[in-house]
Write a new protein. Structure first.
Length: 510
């Protein structure tokens, strides 16, 4: 295997650190100085990004999924990645890390809230009356679109193929700029071009991770206040964030094969336990019936939903927002998937990311969100009223309150969400540190720095109110613009690289 080359031309990781850290700090300073001004600027920027790039993002995600499936079913899909003949970790641990890192905390709160939102107010593609049995199927189907095949495929299918080939077999640094090497060659690997590429990706991931960290502090404090009567104030939110920082930083320090793997395993076991409990004591028949019906609806309207452009205002609030969020994670997730997938075949990586993980995610959404819809159909207002009056966790707590031992189950869901966010925090802390060094074993001090930095940024934003975190989450859509252009070449580079690997490994004729 070729020796890993770090980027000496730009003075190591200092330029990327200064650029990305400076932009993140500037965002927080402006939020402290004038939150209204920041919110107005971010809102206008996000609106422009959605208007100008929304259609492009929809085509990019759809194209990425379709191309990845073609590669997986071809003979080139048998080629092994990363220069190893056997995987470094068991399939269970590998899938657990992927599920927990990519699904993250959004897979809990959004699983409860999004189906309920679409159930009350169906998507404009469908002419359906809200609050009906038909609306339930439509609501789940639309949720599957946002958290299913397209979302998962963009997070590391094609890009992981490119990254693993160029890093582990050609010695290029484990940095986002490497994804552009097949197009621009050495020009993007040295100097400020590479610095800007890496910095854009780091900023996007910081925005995508700091937001959920701060959001978790707000929402867990709200949940504890509802369940235990604890004060819902900044001090409690700060304690939650400090605890989260400690957990994910220690996990990131211990590395992929220890802390990150352990947290992911715990999280999967807890999630499976809660799934089985809801299936046992909840509306079991409704969950299975709705899953099958909604999944069929999802497949039947897959292309129309993926390419829908009829109501751009609705798209900006839902589909385009989610696509921007997931795109922002794309290059970093490609690096992370590359780091944990050595020895896997192209087919394994694509099938798990683009098919298996989405199918599991859709079932999880049906268990949580479908249960809420079942309770709402049986007793109108029991879930929708708390949802409309509250926020994302209000719908989750309203759902769990209807179950036997509701207080305990609600507390376990808060624990689950916390660990989900922690697994994203530790993996992104680790991955940002890899960007700074260009290899897959970054210095401990660097991991600690970024772990604490993201937590501090979240705490500062929380201190000025929920508006700071909301502004950062909207900023995600803006940061997705340059990142989406970085991901674009993988559409044609990944198939070429897959065929090269297959020829070298004797799977297809030269």
């Amino acid at each position: 295997m070729a020796e890993v080359i770090t980027d000496k031309a730009d003075g190591g990781y200092t330029p990327v650190l200064i650029t990305s850290g400076g932009l993140a700090t500037g965002f927080v300073v402006l939020a402290l100085f004038d939150l209204d001004l920041l919110s107005a600027l971010v809102s206008r920027g996000a609106g422009a990004a959605s208007s100008l790039f929304g259609a492009f993002w929809q085509v990019l995600l759809l194209g990425t999924f379709l191309v990845s499936i073609v590669i997986a079913v071809s003979r080139a899909g048998q080629a092994r990645l990363g220069g190893l003949a056997e995987p470094e970790m068991s399939s269970f641990k590998w899938i657990a890390i992927i599920m927990c890192t990519l699904l993250a905390g959004g897979g809990v709160f959004w699983a409860a809230a999004e189906p309920m939102s679409h159930f009350i107010s169906p998507p404009p593609l469908y002419e359906v009356e809200g609050g009906t049995a038909r609306a339930a199927v439509v609501a789940m189907s639309q949720s599957f679109m946002h958290w299913g095949f397209l979302a998962w495929a963009i997070l590391g299918s094609l890009t992981a193929i490119v990254m693993m080939r160029l890093h582990y077999e050609q010695g290029l640094p484990l940095q986002p700029r490497t994804l552009l090497y097949p197009v621009f060659g050495e020009r993007v690997m040295h100097g400020w071009a590479g610095v800007l590429v890496d910095s854009a990706c780091v900023i996007s991931v910081i925005a995508g991770t700091v937001g959920p960290i701060g959001f978790l502090g707000l929402q867990v404090a709200h949940g504890l206040s509802e369940l235990l009567g604890t004060p819902n104030n900044f001090f409690m939110q700060l304690l939650i964030i400090i605890g989260l920082i400690t957990v994910y930083t220690v996990s990131a320090i211990s590395g992929i094969t220890r802390g990150i793997q352990l947290l992911s395993t715990i999280n999967i076991c807890l999630a499976v336990g809660l799934m089985l409990y809801i299936l046992l004591v909840g509306p079991t028949a409704f969950i299975f019936d709705t899953y099958l019906h909604a999944f069929g609806e999802f497949l039947h309207n897959f292309i129309p939903m993926a390419t829908y452009r009829g109501n751009t205002e609705w798209l900006s609030s839902w589909t385009v927002f989610f696509w921007g969020w997931f795109l922002g994670y794309g290059p970093m997730m490609a690096m992370f998937v590359a780091r944990i997938s050595r020895g896997r075949s192209i087919r394994e990586v694509i099938l798990v990311l683009s098919l298996i993980a989405p199918i599991i995610t859709c079932f999880w959404f049906t268990i949580v969100g479908g249960t809420g819809i079942a309770f709402e159909l049986g007793s109108p207002g029991v879930i929708s009223v708390p949802f409309e009056k509250g926020s994302l966790p209000a719908s989750l707590l309203a759902i769990t309150a209807q179950l036997p031992m509701g207080t305990l189950i609600s507390a376990l869901f808060l624990v689950l969400t916390t660990i989900f966010v922690a697994t994203t925090g530790d993996s992104m802390t680790y991955t940002i540190s890899m960007v700074m060094t260009g290899h897959d074993n970054p210095a401990t001090a660097l991991r600690v720095f970024w772990g604490i930095m993201m937590g501090v940024l979240a705490a500062i934003l929380v201190s000025i109110g929920a508006g700071g975190v909301t502004a950062l989450q909207s900023f995600i859509v803006i940061t997705a613009v340059p990142v989406s252009l970085i991901l674009l070449p993988s559409l044609w580079c990944a198939p070429r690289i897959a065929n090269e690997l297959a020829r070298e490994q004797g799977l297809i004729q030269p």
